[in-house]
Design a protein around this ligand. Structure first.
Ligand code: NAD
Length: 474
């Protein structure tokens, strides 16, 4: 059974457990305990004890330890990628991409000596100077989703900790192994005990963190409904919250687009990570004459994608996370057909024993259908056709989410028009996954984000610190 980390000691919890699977085989890899208030209180107490000295540890010492952690991550790069593939299912290439993107956040955290600088303004009034300092908040908590078991925990604790906070991490109960390994490496880097603590669990542990009076800020990433709930609960308890939610991303293709570039980008966006990505393209919108060719070429290319265990050479689409999730995605396909979509490619025939679903393409999808409006989170791409760019933007804006929208075109003017009018916080032009690098915020809008300051980028340093302004006369 997996253990919790409380102030430097790994402790077993006597709680009911859930299996952690290898989704490509259905084999049980581990048991994860479903902890609650009691374990959360213990972890928060350990983090509170550590905060007193950690918050006063000189910045350069904090940065030196983070450098060591970064070196360990590089040294264990391949091992971490294999672990991601083993218990999440994504291909090894995708897992390597995930680990790299996670390490990039640690690289960014190392810019703390620049990003934690305050400001001064001399002689504001006669003999009066004003200074602004950044201070850590205290104990902060992170609640990541299942789909990036290494990258998303790395969005959270490195920036919080380098800024002088202490941390309680509650990994996803479906993919907790990445966070466990990161925590071991963090300890190996030499961070003092209690700076990072780990509590396993699901809803109960997450809610206990959002409500605990000792937790000053909560960073959540997950589905929309839970993001709303954690945002409201943590805010009700007076905390700072950053809660990233779900998505329904549109990929718009104009008749002047270079389809040789657009088709592979759309394929990767829709079917990469088996569609379990908050930046997954969910609806491809063909504008004008390109609609028919877009559909034909997407279907032809998607049909050739190799489905299988993520560690096998040449596999491009791994399994879904659980059998129940696979059933939910299949339910969406069925519902789409009932609502009038046309099945252009059917991925439902892939044999087990893992939780596999092949790439599926539904044509004639409209925003009125569940498959055109709701997040599916699986390898299902809807295709729709409209007459103009304006209609395509209106379709993307008609969904309640605003994580990402992409446009494929050769026209700078169309790209500018799109950028100005689309209601999404991450915009791609001739790319299918507009993931910002760690030094920019992960900038979801509308129902894709609840809060003010977004994950990583300078936003994250502001999120994990509070300002003190000192007015001085000597
Ligand atoms: P989820 O909402 O089910 O779980 C996220 C976290 O919340 C987990 O740690 C889980 O244990 C906990 N949790 C689950 N149910 C809870 C409840 N009722 N109350 C309190 N906590 C609860 O999400 P998931 O299925 O793990 O992840 C997929 C979702 O995450 C998708 O909707 C995806 O779009 C979203 N996501 C968003 C981003 C982003 O940056 N916007 C990034 C990755 C994933």
């Amino acid at each position: 059974m997996l253990k919790n980390l409380m102030g430097g000691t790994w402790r077993e919890a006597s709680r009911p457990t859930l299996p952690v699977y290898n989704p490509a085989t259905g084999e049980v890899l581990e048991e994860v305990p479903l902890c609650g208030e009691e374990e959360v209180a213990e972890a928060v107490a350990a983090a509170e004890r550590a905060f007193t000295t950690w918050s006063r540890t000189p910045l350069l010492e904090r940065v030196r330890l983070m450098f060591r952690f970064k070196e360990l991550l590089e040294g264990h790069f391949e091992e971490l990628a294999r672990l991601v593939t083993l218990h999440h299912g994504k291909t090894l290439e995708e897992a390597r991409g995930e680990v790299r993107r996670g390490i990039e956040v640690v690289d960014f955290a190392l810019s703390a000596p620049t990003l934690l600088q305050g400001r001064t303004l001399r002689e504001v009034n006669p003999g009066i100077d004003q200074n602004l300092f950044h201070y850590p908040l205290g104990v902060v908590a992170g609640i990541p989703p299942f789909n990036f078991p290494v990258m998303i925990p790395l969005w959270m604790f490195p920036i919080a900790v380098v800024a002088g906070n202490t941390f309680v991490l509650k990994p996803s109960e479906r993919t907790p192994l990445g966070a466990v390994r990161l925590t071991e490496l963090f300890l190996e880097a030499g961070f003092p005990e209690g700076v990072l603590n780990l509590v396993h669990g699901g809803k109960e542990a997450a809610e206990a963190l959002a409500a605990h009076p000792g937790v000053k800020a909560v960073q959540f990433v997950g589905s929309e409904g839970v993001a709303r709930r954690i945002y409201a609960l943590a805010a009700q308890h007076g905390k700072r919250v950053s809660a990233a939610g779900g998505a329904k991303n549109h990929l718009i293709v104009l008749p002047d687009a270079d389809l040789d570039l657009a088709i592979p980008a759309i394929l990767n966006s829709a079917f990469g990570n088996a569609g379990e990505r908050c930046l997954a393209g969910s609806v491809a919108v063909g504008v004008g004459a390109v609609g028919e060719e877009l559909l034909e070429r997407v279907v032809e290319a998607a049909r050739r994608l190799k489905v299988g265990p993520g560690w096998e050479e040449g596999v491009q689409v791994g399994p879904l996370i659980r059998e129940e999730h696979r059933k939910k995605v299949v339910g969406y396909i069925q519902r789409g057909l009932e609502e009038g979509a046309r099945l252009a490619l059917d991925g439902r025939g892939v044999e087990g024993p893992g939780f596999f679903l092949g790439p599926t393409v539904l044509d004639r999808v409209s925003p009125g259908m569940a498959v055109g409006r709701e997040e599916i989170f699986g390898p299902v791409l809807g295709v729709s056709r409209v007459g103009t760019l304006e209609e395509a933007i209106a379709q993307a804006n008609a969904v309640p989410y605003g994580n990402m929208a992409c446009l494929f075109t050769a026209s700078g003017r169309a790209a500018r028009e799109f950028r100005e009018r689309v209601q999404a916080g991450m915009v791609g032009v001739n790319v299918g996954v507009a993931q910002p690098f760690a030094f920019y915020p992960f900038s979801g809008w509308r129902n894709s984000f609840f809060g003010d300051l977004h994950p990583h980028g300078p936003d994250a340093f502001l999120f994990y610190t509070q300002r003190k302004v000192v007015v001085e006369r000597w």
